[in-house]
Design a protein around this ligand. Structure first.
Ligand code: ZN
Length: 349
């Protein structure tokens, strides 16, 4: 077997940090989609298009085209929309994606108003001050009704907030707070910008080495994964295989960790395609890629979204291990590079 082309680790991290710092809550992911398109436009053999739904699709001609493949990773993240402007001028939110409010409590956020402005603020408990509410700060259940955005603007009424341009339906993005230290990347929304960056780094590795994929490959960057239907569409009709590149769940009882890429063989949607999973396992072994095999108990993927939409292809899932997923997440460069190597090995196989 030929040696894998080397992964440009700095490029991978640069892409990742820039994507993490580009807000893209589900339904409002166009800025991150545009950044990925910018990166891919450096490779002239990729043919880029945007789907009507807003996903980015790149077609990459391979040596053969008798069993076309696809990779999918998602740029959309958890976030929120303005549900109501409260009488006190603060904002009640409606969550985008599944997460607990306590995971973003106290976080800075940006509100994207209808007329293109941005407002800054923070998500707080309605009884936030210990000096005012004492034990209630600890006891109050975190739910839609007990969380509110305090805008960094002079407003104490619904009318004043409306005058700032805020309306029901405005998108809200929580600050990622990205830090890279000792090879660790700590940030919100590593799910799945880590997967996107790994795919970009694999694409660059093949190009740097003057290589192209074994089969014509569709690179699909989904913008609605966190609500369950991101990759339901956007693939060619003659597709044979789809590899989803998305985070691995790290924690008690899990085989995954922050230093390996993981092959997920089963999640809430049932088992993935055995044959394609075995192929990926063999590729990792043959190329000495740091990998684990795992099952995620509360998890669904864009590959399954395509299956549920009727996609009759083999589907598998690989991705970097993320600690504290859908919270203040963390991974390590080793897991990111392992994922990019795995994608490169698959493309060349
Ligand atoms: Zn994800």
């Amino acid at each position: 077997m030929n040696k894998l082309p080397s992964i440009d680790q700095q490029y991978l991290l640069d892409c990742l940090v820039e994507l993490l710092n580009t807000p893209s809550p589900t339904g409002y992911a166009h800025q991150a989609v545009a950044r990925v398109a910018d990166y891919l436009s450096a490779f002239p053999d990729l043919e880029l298009r945007h789907t009507p739904k807003g996903a980015l699709v790149a077609s990459w001609p391979g040596d053969q085209n008798d069993a076309p493949r696809a990779l999918t990773a998602h740029v959309d993240t958890l976030g929120a929309m303005v549900k109501e402007i409260k009488p006190n001028g603060r904002l009640k939110l409606s969550a985008l994606g599944s997460f607990a409010w306590n995971t973003v409590e106290g976080e800075g956020c940006t509100v994207f108003t209808n007329d293109g402005d941005t407002l800054r603020g923070a998500l707080l408990l309605t009884a936030a001050s210990g000096h005012v509410h004492s034990g209630k700060v600890n006891e109050l259940k975190r739910e839609d009704a007990t969380m509110e955005v305090r805008l960094d603007a002079r407003t104490t009424s619904a009318e004043e907030t409306a005058e700032l341009g805020v309306t029901v339906g405005d998108f809200v993005a929580f600050d990622p707070r990205v830090e890279v230290t000792n090879g660790f990347v700590r940030s919100r929304h590593l799910d799945d910008k880590s997967g996107v960056a790994a795919v970009l780094a694999a694409v660059k590795a093949l190009h740097d080495a003057g290589l192209k994929p074994a089969q014509t490959t569709t690179l699909h960057f989904s913008n609605y994964e966190e609500v369950g239907h991101g990759a339901a569409s956007g693939f060619p009709d003659d597709l044979a295989e789809l590899v989803t590149v998305d985070m691995a769940a790290v924690g008690e009882g899990q085989a995954s960790d922050e230093f390996h890429a993981t092959l997920c063989v089963k999640d809430s949607g049932g088992p993935y395609h055995h044959g394609l999973s075995e192929k990926l396992r063999r590729l990792a072994e043959a190329n000495e890629i740091a990998f684990k095999v795992d099952i995620y108990p509360y998890y669904g993927s864009d590959g399954e979204a395509y299956w549920r939409a009727g996609g009759d292809v083999a589907v598998a899932l690989i991705g970097p291990g993320l600690d504290a997923s859908h919270n203040y997440e963390r991974t390590h460069t080793e897991a990111l590079v392992a994922t990019a190597q795995w994608v490169a090995a698959y493309l060349l196989s």
